[in-house]
Design a protein around this ligand. Structure first.
Ligand code: FAD
Length: 811
């Protein structure tokens, strides 16, 4: 038997090696037009990123080693340029010499793979516009990065595009990602891809979604990537990764049947339309096992398995390649994104009926350090048949997607998922594994026990009933909802409208489901918001806070996180909330802070991954200050400075415009300016605070204060300083009081308010007057001597106010 194998990487090398194992006497020649056989193309992006340090480790096999092990005649840089099926002959071109020769065969295996698609746009032939498919492609890109390329544009946000983005960013390259679709990673549905988009944005990737490139122009040593919206992105390097096309021209020319998508058509045995020619890998059309239609699924796993099956069948087996599910996974910085089967988009396009659920379980027992939330979306039919799944998370994603892929492949239903017995110990999973849990929820939906609704399609005349604890709601709230913690629901049924559809929800969905069951029993028309607030956030980009999977945003918001040991603050109170699940750690933080004084610092450790994302939002909305937050192998350590009631009020209304004025001066003209500005901003709707310190405190003094006991120095200060707004003098031209009197006269004649009037008006308009604690102390002033209802605050309070302000003025 003489077998020619065309293509020497995944499918070709597998087929050739298997054939050699089945019959060592067979004459097998493997042709590879490039220089390398059996190389790890999946590892190419990681060598660019220096993650895979040794270039040679990508060469899984050298031609010599392969030949030595298998006896196969490996011919590199030799390209099959035509096949004559009638004569059973192939024409080979030696790519070094250009010479051609023919080789006969009994059986031929086509494993020519696919090539990156490069659209016919102006400028794509520029040497700095590259694709990543082979080792030489990788070398070119890596060389540019090693030589210090500062910025790059990656066109295409699919699996390979995103891997390139990550590895360029890791090498310090500023990357712009241009994607024609409104989302990255098309096998995912948009709301699941949104998690990745946040991660990418958090890592500094400039994302241009919904953007189509119209051409690339060279301008000196720079390129300009022109986008159809009229913008141009200046860059030094372009990596194009917009999909692949099967290398099927050879097959077409040989008269083999090719499908609509350009893939070579094969039967279950992987025979092409000519029974002596087999085809495997990226070049063939496969049966999409879920959609039950031909599809191009260019993945390494299927290519390798198909190679084996083709070889077995050549030697008399009757093996069938039933089809592919498209099980795929990709690392995007600290996130893993995986999918199997059909997406919701595809099911909709095909007009297929489906049910779906979202869950957000932990990767392993939440009380064991390092548990991470994962977003799971499961698509299934009323019968329980599983159609697809998508998972995004930081840990345990690969295991769950593989279990679901196995279940689909084995014809299992969602009811079987619920019953699967999966390995469990706290570091690895939960007694109810995320896969079991997905099965429970899906089963409940099918059985009508739970009636889900989704954030993008809430029922008409409905109202959200949020059963989270108040402290969780402080971490991010629905725009409109009735908020009753689950534990208080029974006592508050009278607060729920009977004439509306209630949409029960919580953070992840479980308490929302419990509320759903109870409320339905009580006669309410109720649905459950699938996936709770966390999934709702995926559909509402503007929702606060960041999603719990997005490591990048935590890093971006808390760049100081790793510096915790260097921050010169000492904790007044320490709390260990490890092992507690949400909202446990937040509740502990609240209870501890409630018992502390403003300015004191709480140190908290927790193992609930969501805490790292909840705490910043909770602090922001409660007026406490998050000093540091650090995640060390799943143990989150945070330092929180207790804020004041004043700050809590400010924080609870983040959208309000604010102005803060520091009134340091005790001069009449400067104080007037301060209050004119304060009332001006107040009239624009700003929340204005005037923080009076040092000489500025005199503005707040009463004309006739009650007698106060003072030491000698305080008495002296009190006597020397002007007592109240009426007594202030001009900063210039005071002239023993004449200048000040003249100014007051002129102001009066021109209907300008006096300072006391201005202060009164300002207070009437809601301007807050704050007295500096420290300055009062220094000057020996007590609260009774100041105007009524003046709050005395410390500088930390002022700083917190200023931080939340637009303008901050020092007068
Ligand atoms: P290939 O492996 O591409 O091999 C085809 C070979 O045929 C090529 O070397 C080509 O030079 C040769 N050839 C073509 N025409 C001729 C001819 N006329 N004569 C002689 N030789 C010829 N898949 C995954 O499942 N997971 C991943 O993580 C993953 N990551 C990837 C990352 C990158 C950067 C790339 C490029 C691909 C990745 N893939 C991944 C896809 C996977 O590598 C392919 O699906 C798989 O290699 C396809 O195998 P194949 O044998 O069909 O084609």
């Amino acid at each position: 038997m003489k077998i020619l194998v065309v293509g020497g990487v995944a499918g070709g090398a597998s087929a050739a090696a298997k054939a050699a194992r089945l019959d060592s006497k067979a004459e097998i020649i493997m042709f590879e037009r490039g220089e390398y056989i059996s190389f790890a193309n999946c590892g190419l992006p990681y060598h660019i990123g220096n993650v895979i340090k040794q270039r040679d480790s990508l060469k899984v096999m050298t031609p010599e080693k392969f030949k030595g092990r298998t006896g196969i005649d490996v011919r590199i840089k030799q390209e099959i340029v035509s096949i004559d099926p009638d004569k059973h002959e192939a024409t080979v071109k030696n790519n070094d010499s250009g010479e051609t020769y023919t080789e006969s065969y009994d059986k031929l295996i086509l494993a020519t793979g696919s090539s990156p698609f490069v659209p016919p746009l102006p400028g794509v032939d520029d040497p700095d516009v590259m694709t990543l498919w082979t080792i030489p492609d990788m070398d070119k890109i890596k060389e540019r990065v090693d030589n210090g390329v500062k910025n790059a544009v990656v066109i295409g946000g699919g699996f390979i595009g995103l891997e390139v983005v990550e590895n360029l960013v890791e090498r310090g390259v500023k990357v712009t990602l241009v994607e024609m679709l409104p989302q990255v990673l098309p096998p995912l549905d948009p709301e699941m891809a949104a998690i990745l988009e946040k991660e990418l944005a958090g890592k500094g990737v400039d994302m241009r979604l919904d953007s189509q490139v119209s051409g690339i122009k060279r301008d000196g040593d720079k390129l300009a990537v022109e986008v159809k919206d009229g913008t141009a992105i200046e860059t030094e390097l372009v990596v194009m990764s917009i999909g692949v096309r099967p290398n099927s021209q050879l097959a077409k020319d040989a008269g083999l049947k090719v499908g609509e998508r350009g893939g070579v058509q094969v039967n279950g045995k992987l025979e092409t339309s000519n029974p002596d020619i087999y085809a495997v890998g990226d070049v063939i059309e496969v049966n999409d096992l879920v959609m039950e239609q031909p599809a191009m699924i260019p993945l390494a796993g299927p290519a390798n398995r198909q190679g084996r099956i083709a070889a077995n069948n050549i030697f008399g087996a009757d093996e069938e390649y039933k089809g592919s599910l498209g099980t795929a996974i990709c690392k995007i910085f600290e996130l893993d994104a995986a999918s199997v089967g059909a997406s919701e988009k595809r099911l909709k396009q095909a007009g297929r009926e489906y049910l779906k659920t979202y869950i957000v379980p932990q990767s392993h027992a939440s009380y064991y350090p390092g548990a991470q939330p994962m977003y799971m979306k499961l698509l299934f039919e009323k019968s329980g048949n599983i159609l697809g799944a998508q998972i995004v998370g930081r840990d345990g994603v690969d295991k769950r997607i593989d279990v679901i892929a196995t279940a689909i492949r084995g014809g299992m239903t969602v009811f079987d998922l619920a019953e699967l017995e999966l390995a469990y110990a706290p570091p690895y999973g939960s007694a109810k594994d995320p896969v079991n849990y997905a099965g429970f929820v899906a089963g409940n939906i099918i059985n009508g026990v739970s009636m889900p609704v989704y954030p993008d399609a809430l029922p008409e005349n409905s109202v959200i009933v949020d059963v989270r604890e108040p402290d969780e709601i402080a971490c991010g709230a629905f725009p409109e909802s009735i908020d009753i913690p689950l534990g208080k629901l029974r006592d508050n049924l009278d607060k729920l409208p009977k004439d509306k559809v209630l949409v029960s929800t919580c953070k992840l969905g479980l308490r929302g489901y419990l509320a759903e069951c109870y409320l339905r029993e009580q006669g309410f028309d109720v649905r459950n918001l699938s996936g709770g607030y966390l999934v709702w956030q995926l559909f509402h980009a503007d929702a606060a806070p960041v999603d719990p999977c997005c490591s990048a945003s935590v890093a971006a918001n808390h760049t100081e996180s790793s510096e915790i040991k260097d921050i010169p603050v000492e904790a007044t109170v320490e709390v260990d909330a490890c092992g507690l699940q949400c909202p446990g750690p937040i509740v502990q933080v609240k209870q501890s802070l409630d018992a502390m004084n403003p300015g004191e610092v709480l140190k908290v450790t927790a193992s609930d991954a969501g805490f790292a994302h909840d705490l910043p939002a909770w602090c922001a909305s409660t007026g406490n200050k998050l000093l540091t937050i650090n995640n060390d192998k799943g143990i989150i350590t945070a330092m929180v400075c207790k804020g004041s009631a004043e700050m809590a009020a400010v924080s609870n209304d983040p959208v309000k415009k604010r102005t803060t004025i520091v009134l340091f001066s005790g001069d009449l003209d400067k104080a007037m300016a301060a209050f004119i500005i304060a009332t001006g901003f107040a009239s624009l709707g700003h929340e204005v605070s005037v923080f009076c310190t040092f000489w500025g405190l005199n503005v707040l003094r009463k004309d006739n204060p009650p007698p106060v006991k003072k030491d000698f120095l305080s008495k002296m200060f009190g006597m020397m300083m002007p007592r109240g707004a009426k007594k202030l003098a001009l900063s210039k031209m005071h002239m023993m009081g004449c200048g000040t009197a003249m100014m007051k006269y002129v102001m009066d004649s021109k209907n300008v308010d006096s300072l006391p009037d201005l202060i009164g008006k300002a207070r009437h308009m809601g301007v807050k007057l704050l007295a500096c604690d420290m300055a009062m102390n220094v000057m020996g002033l007590s609260k009774e001597e100041l105007l009524d209802d003046i709050e005395s605050v410390g500088v930390a309070n002022f700083a917190a106010l200023a931080e939340k302000s637009g303008p901050t003025l020092f007068i």
